[in-house]
Design a protein around this ligand. Structure first.
Ligand code: NAP
Length: 289
């Protein structure tokens, strides 16, 4: 394959899959996009929105002519998808994914793809939103954002090159990373913050003054809790797939909260000031945000 992709299959045409398809179609990097999902209404919408050229409700039919297959379903559905598609893949087909956790996907792909596993390139675009579904997709989602690839020792260099070039064609900045390192880093920068947003909203929803509290919520609350509107299935799967890294971080975070509680109880202004100064200094240095 030299640059352009003739036939791309998107398995799971939601926010991430449809944004990739739109971007690659608009730039002319891909000639034909076939979609697969469970709901025909969503796939039909994909046709109307110009995300797809055609679709199938059969996974094997959807991948059978594809040069590149991108798996963009929730993590809990990956194992079944890899296993089911494997017999229908072309001998040269390259498979990649967009899952938010990489060790679990690599395990699922290794088990399901058999000989095709050497042409599997694990990937994760660090871009998204709290919205889901085909209608949430937009072509510029990956522009200027990072996409992390976590190739393994056995990953074919040619397959890696094709997936790397495909993401660059969306305007993404591609980086390679070790699988476990990816999962630890993302647990800290994405998975823990989502847990904090979900638990804050949950906690406030149980207070008796709930309605009044939400009436007085302002910009800070809106910014902090926006991601608590994210898809529950996706986050259930991420928690289960990246449990050990996430549990370690949750314990560490509880200790930080305990430190604040201790300083309040002990009426210790210096400790509070030092705590907030340190965090403000750290946040102020993050020029990429
Ligand atoms: P989404 O908008 O909900 O799309 C998921 C798609 O997968 C849906 O179109 C759904 O279509 C299909 N699907 C769901 N369960 C399925 C199953 N059991 N078998 C086959 N298809 C199924 O989700 P998304 O945000 O695009 O996320 C997709 C993947 O990207 C996830 O692995 C997630 O971890 C990763 N990711 C998400 C973000 C983000 O911010 N959202 C960022 C980076 C990576 P049907 O219901 O029609 O089957």
């Amino acid at each position: 394959m030299n640059g352009l992709i003739n036939s791309l299959a998107i398995i799971g045409v939601g926010l991430i899959g449809s944004s990739l398809a739109l971007s690659l179609k608009q730039s002319g990097y891909v000639k034909r996009v076939t979609g697969y999902g469970r709901s025909e209404a969503s796939l039909q919408k994909g046709l109307e929105l110009g995300v797809l050229d055609d679709y199938s409700l059969s996974l094997t039919d959807a991948v059978s002519a594809a040069d590149v297959v991108i798996v963009a379903v929730p993590l809990g559905a990956m194992a079944g998808v890899f296993k089911q598609m494997q017999p229908a893949l072309k001998a040269t087909a390259i498979v990649s994914d967009v899952g938010s956790v990489k060790a679990s996907v690599v395990q699922d792909a290794r088990a399901g793809l058999a000989d095709a596993f050497v042409r599997f390139v694990p990937g994760h675009p660090i871009a998204g939103s709290e919205h889901s579904g085909v209608e949430a997709g937009f072509a510029s989602l990956y522009q200027g954002r990072k996409t992390i690839l976590t190739p393994l020792e056995e990953t074919s260099g040619d397959a890696l090159q094709v997936i790397d070039a495909m993401w660059r064609a969306t305007g993404a900045l591609v980086e390679n990373m070790d699988v476990d390192h990816h999962d630890r880093v993302l647990a800290a920068t994405s998975h823990l913050p989502h847990m904090l947003a979900f638990s804050l909203v949950s906690h406030l929803s149980k207070l008796s003054e709930q309605d009044e509290i939400f009436d007085y919520a302002a910009g800070g609350f809106r910014d902090f809790t926006r991601i608590a509107s994210s898809d529950p299935v996706m986050w259930r799967d991420i928690c289960l797939a990246n449990g050990s890294a996430l549990l370690e971080l949750i314990d560490g975070f509880k200790a930080e909260l305990d430190q604040i509680s201790g300083s309040i109880r002990g009426q210790n202004p210096d400790a509070l000031l030092e705590f907030f100064r340190h965090s403000k200094h750290t946040r102020d240095q993050l020029r990429n945000l």
